[in-house]
Design a protein around this ligand. Structure first.
Ligand SMILES: NC(=O)c1ccc[n+]([C@@H]2O[C@H](COP(=O)([O-])OP(=O)(O)OC[C@H]3O[C@@H](n4cnc5c(N)ncnc54)[C@H](O)[C@@H]3O)[C@@H](O)[C@H]2O)c1
Length: 263
């Protein structure tokens, strides 16, 4: 296979959840640029419609789908619908996720102030939503004996992270083992399951706090590369994990973090 063929996604169908903003949008753009028919799914109907309209002017294979990943039945129906419309589903990015607010560096983030309803809400999207998406993808990919599943985790799931809320770090640690477990089950079926573990990227998460100059200043000291990442810096790994170029990779949790997890 030539180098161009290794990264070619023409004739592939890809689903990206949380695709109306930030990392999911950058992943969807990557898939479209590599030639894949790309379904952008998001719970935010208005933002999704705007982005899909913009992208369709450049890539006719962009499709929008309103979907809340915390509703497992809706996720199953979405995947079934894509399979019927497009004749299959080759790659799924389980990317949708939310912040849980600040960690124990502020009083509101300390154990005695944890609101359990809020804890459950975050886990319902960041963990249950990922499980629903991985499950729906596997149901379809396993019998076909082919497929790629990519979960957006976080370096906050790899170790304690005082700046991030309990529900967030817990959900991300949990999805890391979900990825490893699913990778083991699905390896004999040639369905590869991996996670991207981003460091800080300037996206809409947490009300866009990481886009603020004070965040940039704080990260200068926390991140070896000395800056917050641009969303385009997720594209290379997203393309690798969706393409034939990663055919021997499964069960991996791969940081894209400016060196933060190497410390
Ligand atoms: N930005 C970072 O620094 C960073 C770091 C590590 C991990 N992540 C992870 O990256 C992923 C994407 O986040 P982002 O930073 O691009 O944030 P973002 O807020 O820019 O984008 C997240 C998107 O997910 C959508 N979404 C939220 N809840 C949803 C639901 N229930 N169903 C469907 N869509 C839903 C939102 O509407 C939004 O469009 C998340 O899983 C996040 O935890 C982000």
């Amino acid at each position: 296979m030539s180098l161009a063929e290794l990264f070619d996604l023409r004739e592939r169908t890809v689903l990206v959840t949380g695709a109306a903003s930030g990392l999911g949008l950058a992943v969807a753009e990557t898939m479209l640029e590599a030639g894949a028919c790309t379904v952008l799914a998001d719970a935010d109907e208005v933002a999704l419609a705007g982005e899909v309209e913009r992208l369709r002017a450049l890539h006719p294979l962009a499709e929008g789908l309103v979907l809340d990943v915390s509703h497992a039945d809706a996720v199953d129906a979405a995947v079934d619908g894509i399979v019927v419309r497009h004749g299959g589903l080759d790659c799924v990015f389980a990317n949708a996720g939310i912040s849980a607010g600040r960690g124990f560096v502020v009083e509101a983030g300390q154990l005695e102030n944890i609101d359990l309803a809020h804890w459950s809400h975050v886990l319902r999207i960041n963990l249950d939503g990922v499980m629903a998406t991985v499950r729906a993808a596997a149901r379809h990919m396993k019998p076909r004996r082919a497929g790629r599943i990519v979960v957006t985790s976080s370096i906050a799931g790899m170790r304690a992270e005082p700046l991030s809320g309990y529900a967030y770090v817990t959900s991300k640690a949990a999805v890391n083992n979900l990825v490893r477990q699913a990778a083991m089950e699905l390896a004999p079926y040639n369905v590869l399951v991996n996670a991207i573990a981003p460091g800080p990227f300037a996206t809409g998460i947490n009300g866009g706090r990481l886009r603020l100059p004070e965040s940039a200043e704080r990260m200068r000291t926390h991140i070896p590369l000395g800056r917050i990442a641009d969303t385009s810096e997720i594209k290379g790994l997203a393309l690798l994990l969706a393409s034939s170029a990663s055919s021997y990779m499964t069960g991996a949790i791969i940081p894209v973090d400016g060196g933060a997890s190497a410390r």
